[in-house]
Ligand binder design. Structure first.
Ligand SMILES: *[C@@H]1O[C@H](CO)[C@@H](O)[C@H](O)[C@H]1NC(C)=O
Ligand SMILES: *[C@@H]1O[C@H](CO)[C@@H](O)[C@H](O)[C@H]1NC(C)=O
Length: 433
């Protein structure tokens, strides 16, 4: 890991302040100044963990800007580098307020840094099934599926959302993996076409992606789009137009709340986003940044690529076996299928679990056995703004992965007790018809 630069340290101090605020709320009588000096003394440790969380690739100059960059600045966002993009970490009200606004009302996130693409061609479904564990044959038109691309060893190249359209597949991939995924797909497409098959990729670099999440979202987005979305199922997609602007509206999200991700052409992105933010519905949609996005997804028990999963971890180890349908388990046909099928049959030696601990644990903290031997590690951790508990995710040996199991986490050479719990940490609020 490269040493963090000054800019990143600033981000970390902001995080420390937020973190202190949360601690302060939790222990209402704590003396603030005492806590501040104590926390700052150990800042060197946290500087590293903070910066690694909000930085997923090496610096790429100049930073890429989404179509909403100016809007973020107008709104007073604190911007940070994220995967080569200049993105909002938070707005002036702060991460905690943004987080709670999403849980209670409605929050808007710019997720245009994620890669959007379309696959065309007669054999697009066969192609997608040859590089991912997705089951698209049986999927209904307009249905969206969460899936993963796998390596020949069964590791996870990226997680993705795939929507089966009448004449194409619409695919969204992670920002930090977009270049890698596209290169991988181009290679596979070349092989596929060489064998006489028909598939082609269209990158949607001209489109922004806006996520609106939270219990009031359905009402507000329905009002702005001028159509009743109450009957639209979770994980389905619709194409719409608004004042001549073409939109792709998917009911999905990454916060555990009901909501929509809306793809909009770059040239209309700011205008459309302002319509959402200015909607006169009695409830304000507040912009939220990467900070809130991370704590929300962790409360919801959702993985962050590069942290909670990567190419060394299989979907079974990542507790994502539910992504693989019966047909795909039986028939295989995706990269790493034999390894994954064997793991499904015989089990795995480690598993991703949710943990609660008495003190905060961070990514990289080591989980040890009774003799102090390393047996796992923490991959994400935060204070839950909703439950006020220290929540984390990590990998433990399968024998310790049942809810109620006790594990020992080492934090600054001190053993800390962690208890395995069922995720999500906060009840999810997905739309059910
Ligand atoms: C799928 O979505 C498109 C665009 O919104 C719509 O025209 C079509 O009728 C939908 N198909 C089904 C089967 O619902
Ligand atoms: C975990 O520890 C608690 C006490 O700290 C104990 O009550 C509980 O039985 C332990 N759980 C297991 C599965 O050993």
């Amino acid at each position: 890991m490269t040493p963090p630069n000054v800019g990143e340290e600033c981000v970390c101090y902001l995080f420390l302040l937020i973190y202190i605020c949360i601690l302060d709320i939790m222990s209402s009588v704590t003396i603030f100044s005492q806590l501040t000096s104590k926390t700052l003394m150990s800042s060197s440790v946290r500087t590293i963990s903070c910066s690694s969380r909000f930085k997923c690739t090496t610096t790429q100059q100049p930073l890429k800007k989404t179509a909403l960059n100016k809007l973020h600045r107008d709104l007073g966002a604190k911007m940070v580098e994220f995967c080569g993009w200049d993105m909002p970490l938070m707005y002036p009200t702060g991460v905690l307020t943004e987080h709670m606004h999403c849980r209670q009302k409605s929050a808007l996130f710019d997720v245009s840094h994620m890669g959007q693409l379309r696959l065309h061609g007669r054999d697009r479904i066969e192609f997608m099934e040859s590089i991912s564990v997705a089951d698209l044959q049986a999927a209904q038109e307009n249905k969206s599926k969460l899936s993963v691309f796998t390596t020949e060893n069964g590791g996870i190249i990226d997680d993705t959302m795939i929507t089966k359209k009448a004449d194409s597949l619409y695919v969204v991939v992670n920002a930090g993996c977009a270049d890698k995924d596209i290169a991988h797909m181009n290679n596979k497409i070349a092989e596929f076409r060489a064998s006489g098959k028909d598939v082609a990729m269209e990158l949607m670099g001209d489109s922004a992606l806006v996520a609106v999440q939270g219990p009031e979202t359905e009402r507000i987005v329905s009002q702005v789009l001028g159509r009743d979305l109450s009957k639209m199922e979770f994980m389905t997609q619709m194409d719409m137009t608004l004042d001549g602007i073409d939109l792709i509206v998917t009911r999905c999200g990454y916060t555990g709340e009901d909501g929509f991700e809306i793809s909009v052409p770059n040239k209309h992105a700011e205008q459309f986003t302002r319509m959402l933010l200015d909607a006169e519905s009695g409830v304000v949609v507040k912009p939220a940044g990467l900070g809130a996005r991370d704590s929300l997804r962790l409360e919801a028990g959702l993985c962050l690529y590069g942290h909670d999963m990567d190419e060394t971890i299989t979907p079974i180890e990542a507790s994502l076996a539910w992504l693989i349908t019966k047909r795909r388990r039986e028939q295989g046909g995706f990269p790493g299928a034999s390894i994954i099928q064997q793991q499904l049959k015989e089990g795995v030696s480690k598993k991703r679990v949710g943990l609660l601990s008495g003190i905060p644990v961070r990514e990289g903290a080591v989980i040890v056995d009774n003799d102090g031997k390393a047996i796992g590690k923490i991959t994400s951790g935060t204070v839950s703004p909703v439950t006020k508990q220290y929540i984390s995710m990590g990998y433990v040996p399968t024998e310790s992965s049942k809810a109620g199991s006790n594990v020992t986490i080492t934090i600054r050479n001190k053993p800390v007790k962690g208890e395995v719990v069922v995720m999500p940490f906060v009840k999810t609020n997905y739309k059910r018809l």
